[in-house]
Design a binder for this molecule. Structure first.
Ligand SMILES: Cc1cc2nc3c(=O)[nH]c(=O)nc-3n(C[C@H](O)[C@H](O)[C@H](O)COP(=O)(O)OP(=O)(O)OC[C@H]3O[C@@H](n4cnc5c(N)ncnc54)[C@H](O)[C@@H]3O)c2cc1C
Ligand SMILES: NC(=O)c1ccc[n+]([C@@H]2O[C@H](COP(=O)([O-])OP(=O)(O)OC[C@H]3O[C@@H](n4cnc5c(N)ncnc54)[C@H](O)[C@@H]3O)[C@@H](O)[C@H]2O)c1
Length: 476
């Protein structure tokens, strides 16, 4: 098997194929393995977030006040040193995994010569040719960089540029309130940078439950984040060395730095896909069979971000494994119905299953249970002020339909809800089981009791019951 790209889906496909006893070659154009996930995407952004929360003492501010700082003057270098160490560990882990499983690697840009033959051009210009019985295209995406945006990697940058930051800005305008934009906007806001989030549509993160979003936006406004939602960017001008974002309707946003995060496009340009009979859509993405990840050319698979939604490292890993198993006839159980979504903003958001809006659209009779983290003893111990867990259950079957969490630890907590949901569990799981105390997971119990209270007719007090059972004249 030849795998093009060493991100999460290429990595999982290649190791799975090797475990099935096949000979595997991974082609990677970068000098280091790991893909977008390790070098510019998931791991760097999550490491920056963790570093910011640690150095600012953000998690302790509930006790010691807004002025509390673990480190007084935080510079870009403080963020980068921890980032580089984390990335080195990730790459070492990956190199070791490939070595253990005898996955071969070759560095260079791959392009198809025909449906089985691939040419690899290394940085030094050296050219190799390889043949694959099965091929996996796992080339991922790159940031969308329109010509009219004056990127200079210093004051106007994209999410690739932010991981090589030289200096921290005092103010930041983030253009595009997708997952990347929202994560970085909130991370910088936690660093006390003045942040403005700009989004042309009338709402953002539409796949998140709206009640959760109002809690999230409330917390961000409270921290001073400005929102320009429904405002189109007409131009980004440089005035006295600083970017000014010109919005439709005449408004301007002046900021020391602009982060442009208005989506990504498939990294398929170099592949010369016409040589193997494949075509991409207008965003450079490939269509696949969603069960097997085969493209229209059956021995060529495509996995990860290059096939579009949901474009997560978590789902990409699974896609790679499924593709390799299918390619070599290994059996796989059907994929679970629901996967979690984690947004590593500050505060975190995580969600699994249907939102309240989706449940309504499907006309399912439902009830919700809510728990605020401040209702848990663990929340008091940690000094947590915000945080909400929302549970949606079916009124007819009592089955769990969705869990939505905003607040500390949301991306970990969500897996309890995911297990119950994918195992077809009901509200009763949470009512009947004992949870460790004190934990944030106790929020599940509190939310379940809240839903139960709303669903169950109230037991009448003895004097009310007596009146209810009495003959009509006595009730008068
Ligand atoms: C800022 C950011 C934050 C993110 N945070 C999260 C998160 O918290 N959680 C999450 O689940 N997901 C997150 N993601 C998404 C996640 O990174 C992607 O879903 C994942 O990396 C996709 O994996 P992939 O297998 O498609 O390969 P990628 O990681 O995209 O890697 C593709 C590789 O292919 C190589 N390549 C491309 N073309 C060629 C060629 N012609 N020849 C040879 N090699 C080639 C590239 O150099 C690259 O190394 C984030 C993404 C970004 C950008
Ligand atoms: N925690 C995570 O799992 C995580 C984190 C980051 C990224 N990702 C993945 O990476 C992918 C890419 O994320 P993304 O945020 O770049 O893309 P996105 O498509 O999620 O969001 C892009 C945003 O930019 C807006 N936009 C589009 N054109 C614009 C323009 N001309 N001007 C201003 N705004 C514009 C869109 O309306 C949208 O809100 C996502 O699909 C996501 O799954 C995941």
């Amino acid at each position: 098997m030849v795998v093009i790209g060493s991100g999460p889906s290429g990595r999982r496909a290649s190791v799975q194929a090797a475990k099935l006893g096949r000979s595997v070659l991974v082609i990677e154009k970068n000098a280091k393995l790991g893909g977008v996930s390790v070098h510019t995407g998931t791991i760097p952004s999550k490491t920056l977030r963790e570093t910011v929360l640690n150095l600012t003492g953000y998690r302790e501010r509930g006790f010691y006040g807004l002025a509390y700082r673990a480190k007084q003057d935080i510079a870009a270098g403080d963020l980068m040193s921890r980032l580089n160490k984390t990335l080195d560990h990730e790459v070492q882990g990956l190199d070791h995994q490939f070595m253990r499983n005898r996955v071969h690697t070759m560095h260079g840009v791959a392009r198809f010569l025909d449906p089985h033959e691939i040419e690899i051009t290394a940085d030094a210009g050296e050219v190799h040719r390889v043949r694959g019985e099965r091929i996996v295209i796992a080339v991922g995406t790159r940031p969308h960089r329109p010509d009219h945006v004056p990127f200079d990697n210093r004051t106007v940058l994209d999410s690739d540029g932010i991981v090589a930051l030289q200096q921290l800005p005092n103010s930041l305008a983030v253009i595009g309130a997708g997952v990347i934009g929202v994560e970085y906007a909130t991370i910088f806001s936690a660093l006390d940078v003045r942040v403005t989030l700009i989004e042309p549509r009338e709402s953002f993160l539409d796949f998140i439950d709206r009640e959760l979003m109002s809690e999230f936006v409330y917390q961000l406004r409270d921290r001073g984040v400005s929102f320009r939602i429904g405002d189109t960017v007409e131009q980004i001008r440089m005035e006295m060395g600083q970017p000014v974002v010109m919005l439709s309707g005449g408004r301007r946003v002046r900021a020391e730095m602009v982060l442009y995060t208005a989506g990504r496009v498939g990294a398929t340009d170099a592949l010369e896909l016409s040589n193997c009979g494949l075509k991409v859509d207008n965003r450079g993405r490939l269509a696949v069979n969603p069960q097997t990840f085969q493209t229209s050319v059956p021995h060529i698979y495509a996995t990860g971000d290059v096939i579009g939604f949901p474009s997560l490292a978590s789902t990409s890993l699974e896609q790679g494994r499924i593709a390799a198993c299918h390619a070599f006839g290994a059996q796989l159980p059907p994929a679970p119905k629901f996967f979690p979504y984690g947004i590593y903003s500050v505060p975190e958001i995580s969600t699994v299953g249907m939102t309240e809006e989706e449940v309504r659209q499907k006309n399912i009779a439902y009830e919700c249970g809510l728990a605020r983290f401040r209702e848990t003893s663990r929340g008091h111990i940690m000094g947590i002020q915000g945080g909400l867990l929302k549970m949606i259950v079916s009124l007819d079957s009592r089955k769990l339909l969705g869990v939505h969490i905003v607040g500390e630890g949301a991306t970990e907590l969500v897996h309890i809800g995911q297990a119950v949901l994918n195992l077809g569990g009901t509200l009763d799981y949470f009512l009947e089981n004992t949870f460790n105390y004190p934990t944030l997971a106790e929020a599940y119990k509190i939310a379940a009791l809240d839903a139960w209270n709303r669903m169950t007719p109230r037991t009448l007090r003895p004097e009310e019951a007596a009146l209810e059972n009495a003959p009509p004249e006595a009730a008068d």
